[in-house]
Design a protein around this ligand. Structure first.
Ligand code: C2O
Ligand code: CU
Length: 428
């Protein structure tokens, strides 16, 4: 924290090598290290600044995924940091506690930069989330779980070559950069902050003993109430926080199970049928007591469709958005500041897409006309869009207006995004 109260972080984008398997050095990229980056953390009401230094041999950017902030601080393709350059965005944390993340967003090269290892978590805290009985000791009973799949060449290097044109379906599963990860549990309950940091693969998380757990938060923060379930599906870019109860001396394996991706042409190619080990939890013989999770988590007031000033429709078809591919020099939508809008999103391709909007957290009004299921009852910034279904989202564009600098919306399957399944909006 500097003299004027700003919480300052340093991130250096750098190239290095990582040993994922014994005796093999793999070339990787990361922030402040060889692979991935540090967890950044700040509290609602704080001013933050990040000093980004780029020591890679090419330009990159750092986008604060899920963050409400001015467009010129957003770290999208209009804020690339040149090779050897620096960038210092600063903004006020003005949104509820949540598990956000950061990753590069350079025009046409996001998949490569994220795949090589550039991402990290950005955790936000607030007073409300402090008082609902959630495990909150970072690294002890509050664990970041960045899930990624990678594909290796015979000589142990990361490869983006893949039989699926949509991107890489890796055979190696890693958590926070570790293949075959194990977490020791020393408390009765443990909170896992799950982030799908993969470029293409979706996960359907559950445990090998089919135990249930409490889903307590989605992308934008706490759900209205905990949802007891035995599965949670996350497509690339999405987050979920779950609370798992453990018996002393027991163990359980977090896995990804076969999943429903809808009417896609090639379920096999998109890993829908795969079962993968993700993270083994091993409980100590004695566990410290944990608080009980409250029955109500958040009383955030829901947005009302009657207040919506505008309804826009977005159709993903032929790997384009409303018939067009991304153009850095074209503004696709103009939004009026401090208004509420409904965005209707449809995927008309026979393949998976999801939909991510910068700056805002949206609420799901309906899926194909039906009210959203419990896992979609909270605030989100990224949503899976099954082929042929219609997703009605409501959101409010608050405070930051700049007619010169757009925010992005796009599919977060990163090869699709790079290919141009992305558009730009300004808030004026
Ligand atoms: Cu996580 Cu526009 O991205
Ligand atoms: Cu897509």
């Amino acid at each position: 924290v500097d003299e004027d109260g700003t919480r300052v972080f340093q991130l250096t984008a750098q190239a290095g090598t990582t040993s994922f398997r014994d005796g093999v050095e793999t070339e990787t990229w990361g922030f402040n290290g060889d692979f991935l980056g540090p967890t950044l953390r700040a509290r609602r009401g704080e001013q933050v600044a990040v000093e980004v230094t780029n020591t890679l041999g090419e330009s990159t950017s750092v986008h604060w995924h899920g963050m409400h902030l001015p467009p010129e601080m957003d770290g999208g393709p209009h804020q690339e940091v040149e090779a050897g350059g620096t960038w210092r965005p600063t903004w006020l944390i003005d949104q509820p506690a949540a598990t956000l993340w950061y990753h590069p967003h350079p025009h046409g090269r996001t998949e490569k930069h994220v795949y090589l290892g550039m991402s990290g978590m950005f955790i936000l805290d607030d007073d409300e989330a402090d008082t609902v009985g959630l495990p909150d000791e970072y690294g002890v009973d509050d664990i970041p779980v960045i899930v990624q799949d990678k594909s290796f060449t015979e000589d142990g290097q990361l490869t983006m070559e893949s039989p699926v044109p949509s991107g890489v379906m890796g055979e190696a599963l890693m958590v926070n950069g570790t293949i075959g990860a194990v977490q020791e549990v020393t408390t009765e309950r443990v909170r896992l902050r799950l982030l799908n940091g993969s470029t293409l693969r979706s996960y359907n998380f559950g445990f090998d003993d089919d135990r249930s757990f409490q889903l307590v938060a989605s992308d934008g923060g706490l759900l209205p109430a905990p949802h007891e379930t035995n599965r949670v599906q996350l497509t690339p870019g999405e987050r979920a926080e779950i609370v798992v109860e453990m018996e002393p001396g027991s163990e359980t394996m977090l896995r990804s199970y076969p999943q429903q991706l809808g009417e896609i042409a090639d379920p096999d190619g998109y890993g829908a049928l795969d079962t993968l080990d993700v993270l083994r939890l091993e409980a100590a013989d004695e566990l410290a007591p944990s608080a009980v999770v409250a029955g109500e988590l958040s009383d955030h007031e829901r947005l009302d469709e009657a207040d919506a000033a505008t309804t826009r429709t977005f159709v993903m078809k032929g790997l384009a958005l409303n018939g067009q591919r991304m153009d850095m020099n074209r503004i696709d939508e103009v939004v009026t500041v401090d208004t509420t809008e409904v965005w209707v999103v449809r995927n008309e391709d026979p393949m998976p897409h999801n939909f991510h909007i910068h700056d805002v957290q949206f609420e799901v009004l309906s899926v194909d006309g039906a009210p959203p299921p419990p896992e979609l009852s909270g605030r989100k910034d990224t949503i899976y869009t099954e082929p042929g279904r219609e997703y009605r989202l409501i959101m409010r564009f608050e405070h930051y207006a700049n007619p010169e600098m757009p925010y992005m919306y796009h599919c977060h399957l990163l090869r699709h995004e790079d290919f141009g399944l992305m558009g730009q909006f300004v808030v004026v």
